[in-house]
Design a protein around this ligand. Structure first.
Ligand SMILES: Cc1ncc(COP(=O)(O)O)c(C=O)c1O
Length: 364
């Protein structure tokens, strides 16, 4: 039996997402690059690379990981590069996308022979949280002024727009793309490629994938550009679990179970966005599942079970791939979850375990 805590990536659950991504490329011509900021667990990259075209990144380390571990195209993007990283970023990438004209200018000479792009901020987004809203007031994420962008358009061959956030509404996507075309169309038509970023939940149940494919193809044909998408969450949604074990129980007006994990350390994104974890529920025994860190609000959520929970029970927290493993941390010295992969034939392989040595190595 697998040790806990443990993230388990299930290839059989990853496969339907991958097949949708491959279908979308077939039908629309749009290439999909995995956004490593969302998911960087490289033990499944060979599998994913059979369906996706490569990776995109947010930093030097991510671009190096993409180049090293994920066959295909490697896009480099960062909110800002430092002078001592730029050579390695260029050496590790097929394209570099600068966040600002300032960065394009600063690294103009060194990047002159490279395929270059610029991030453009269309000023609209679908984010419900200002923390994650690229179009928030005074946003630093990309250039927004068409006149300023026009002056440097001859130095880049593509643009990146990332303005969708968890957007499951095709109509909203379509309308925002229309807005982008209206405002930046004359610039887009001067480019060879356009990345539309991530945040489109096109692998979700019931998403009109055919409409998305047709819209992307039309955008590509009318503007004469190769379209890229940068799915993070859409690529890995519902494909992993966090397996935990109950260590203790108590009652304080509610039934409480403390598990050998921590939402703060192992599923931080949920805490940041104030969302409960997901667990398959059945029965009528209500329990609050809590983490073992000292943080009072280290709570995964309240769930129903068939039986009262007791020490030794194993629980499986769903949808633990995106923005989860990439954000895990050593808060409280809580044991770091191992990483396992369930192959398509059902066999499970423990890929990696972390011990005290890694805890020590994380600081000095
Ligand atoms: C530039 C860029 N591309 C792609 C993504 C991936 O987005 P998602 O995981 O929502 O698909 C993000 C997420 O923040 C991003 O900032």
């Amino acid at each position: 039996m697998l040790p806990t805590p443990c993230y388990v990536i299930d290839k059989a659950r990853l496969l339907p997402n991958m097949e949708k991504i491959a279908w979308l490329r077939e039908r629309s011509g749009a290439k999909s690059l995995l956004a490593l900021k969302c998911f960087a667990t490289w033990s499944v990259f060979d599998f994913m690379s059979q369906y996706m075209d490569g990776t995109t990144s947010s930093s030097l380390f991510e671009v190096k990981l993409g180049r090293e571990k994920f066959p295909g195209e490697t896009h480099a993007y960062s909110v800002a590069y430092a002078p001592d990283e730029i050579d390695e970023v260029l050496a590790s990438s097929d394209k570099i996308i600068f966040n600002t004209i300032g960065q394009l200018d600063r690294f103009d000479a060194v990047s002159a022979g490279h395929v270059r792009g610029l991030r453009v901020n269309p000023g609209v987004s679908t984010s419900g949280f200002d923390l994650a809203d690229p179009a928030r007031p005074f946003s630093r994420l990309g250039e927004h002024d068409p006149d300023a962008i026009a002056k440097v358009a001859d130095r880049v061959s593509g643009f990146m727009f990332h303005n969708n956030c968890e957007n499951a509404d095709f109509g909203r996507f379509d309308a925002m793309l229309g807005h982008i075309e209206q405002r930046f169309g004359f610039l887009i038509r001067q480019m060879k490629w356009i990345s539309l970023g991530g945040g489109i939940h096109f692998t979700g149940e019931g998403y009109p994938l055919d409409k998305l494919a047709d819209r992307l193809k039309r955008f590509s044909d009318e503007n004469g550009v190769q379209v890229y998408l940068e799915p993070g969450e859409a690529a890995i949604t519902n494909s992993a679990t966090l397996e935990v074990t109950v260590l203790d129980t108590l009652f304080n007006g509610k039934n409480l179970a403390i598990v050998d994990s921590s939402i703060e350390a192992h599923m931080l994104d949920l805490l940041i966005y104030r969302q409960p974890a997901k667990m398959a529920e059945s029965g009528d025994h209500e329990w609050m599942v809590c983490g073992k860190s000292c943080l009072a609000g280290d709570i995964f959520g309240e769930f129903r079970f068939d039986q009262p929970l007791k020490p030794g029970d194993r629980l499986s927290i769903q949808d633990a791939a995106g923005y989860t493993m990439v954000k895990k941390n050593w808060f409280n010295g809580v044991k770091m979850p191992s990483i396992a992969v369930r192959e398509l034939d059902g066999t499970v392989k423990l890929e990696r375990s972390f011990g005290y040595d890694e805890f020590v190595a994380a600081l000095s």
